[in-house]
Design a protein around this ligand. Structure first.
Ligand SMILES: [Zn+2]
Ligand SMILES: [Zn+2]
Length: 346
């Protein structure tokens, strides 16, 4: 089979390797779609502590496919089943896992990070990850099912900042995740403002429901928000990027009783940000943050796609073969389109 192996920073090689063998308590999935995430690019360009030097790893953690082999000890899955593979597998017994937060398990394993993921023709599901596998509803395509994972992360954030009808919501960062925040908060009844630095992306994001877009390279975001909200500030701010400066701005543009979601993590070395905590104090702000999503969140996200609440299909703007994995990562990094998807079906 073809598989794109990450060997180290800036080094991805597409190789022909044997299809993984499975044991009685494992499954083999033929990958149909795996979308590219910012995390894939972060690993490719900066490395990851769960991929030690000298180890080669297939990246890709937004994976869907067809079950082609089922070990004799597996119950509940059959050959031909259409499935998605939520990446974060908890140990199942720690304090976080028993509370349902498998993404916060200190001993988590993840497809595409600590074990081989979806930028390959086949992926093996080890025994401990079988309980993570989700069946895809009949009328949801493999491509849409791959997007359930990023949507679940946005849903997880949403549940913390809780937009209600009538809220004005500012989303900073007009990328694919920003677009999912737009759709989620629009559905919740918010008026949506998106800020970013690329006119092309700001133009694109209007189709997902942005009511107002602001190029904050050309204009002062605080002044613009003051003007739009008549000095009140916004009810919800979501930082959907990795810019420390925007975390400061988020506190400034939030109105009284505003909720701030620090959604995007910051790069190593830039995580110490000088924040004016008096803004939190005197405006009675709620500052929230989330990372990843739980298995339950992915199930809910799949339901939202299945019932047509969120249309993720239009988010896929480019498709690449496994051979072109590096081109797909470059496409995602350049920020010209929205989601890039890798598929062996091309
Ligand atoms: Zn991701
Ligand atoms: Zn655990």
């Amino acid at each position: 089979m073809k598989a794109a192996y990450y060997y180290g920073i800036g080094d991805i090689r597409v190789e022909d390797v044997p299809i993984p063998e499975i044991q009685v308590n494992e499954m083999l999935v033929k990958v149909k779609a795996c979308s590219v995430c910012g995390t894939d690019n972060r690993i490719y360009r900066h490395g990851h502590f769960k991929v030690p030097e000298g180890v080669k790893r297939v990246l890709g953690h937004e994976t869907s496919g067809e079950v082609v082999k089922v070990g004799s000890a597996i119950k509940g899955f059959e050959v031909g089943a259409r499935v998605a593979l939520p990446p974060n597998v908890g140990c199942g017994t720690c304090h976080m896992c028993v509370r349902g937060y498998n993404q916060l398990c200190p001993n988590y394993q993840a497809f595409g990070i600590s074990m081989d993921g979806g930028f390959a023709e086949y992926v093996k599901v080890p025994s401990f990850a079988v309980s993570n596998v989700i069946k895809i509803p009949d009328h949801v395509s493999y491509e849409e099912a791959a997007i359930a994972e990023p949507l679940s992360c946005v849903l997880h954030a949403y549940e913390a900042h809780k937009t209600v009808p009538g809220d004005t919501v500012l989303i900073i960062g007009p990328g694919p995740i920003g677009a999912l925040h737009v759709m989620m908060n629009k559905m919740a009844g918010g008026r949506i403002i998106v800020a970013g630095r690329s006119d092309a992306r700001l133009e694109q994001i209007k189709q997902y429901g942005a009511d107002i877009v602001i190029n904050n390279r050309e204009s002062d975001l605080k002044e613009e928000i003051d003007r739009i909200t008549e000095g009140r500030g916004v009810d919800v701010v979501i930082t959907s990027n990795s810019d420390p400066e925007m975390q400061k701005v988020a506190l400034e543009v939030a109105g009284y009783h505003g909720r701030v979601s620090l959604f995007g993590g910051l790069p190593k070395g830039k995580e110490f940000v000088m924040l004016n905590t008096n803004l939190i104090h005197y405006k009675e702000l709620t500052v929230t943050a989330t990372t990843g999503s739980s298995l339950l969140d992915v199930h809910k996200a799949m339901d939202m796609i299945s019932t047509g609440k969120i249309d993720v299909k239009s988010l896929i703007t480019a498709k690449f073969s496994i051979e072109d994995t590096v081109a797909a990562l470059d496409y995602a990094a350049q920020g010209a389109g929205m989601k890039a998807l890798i598929t062996s079906e091309l």
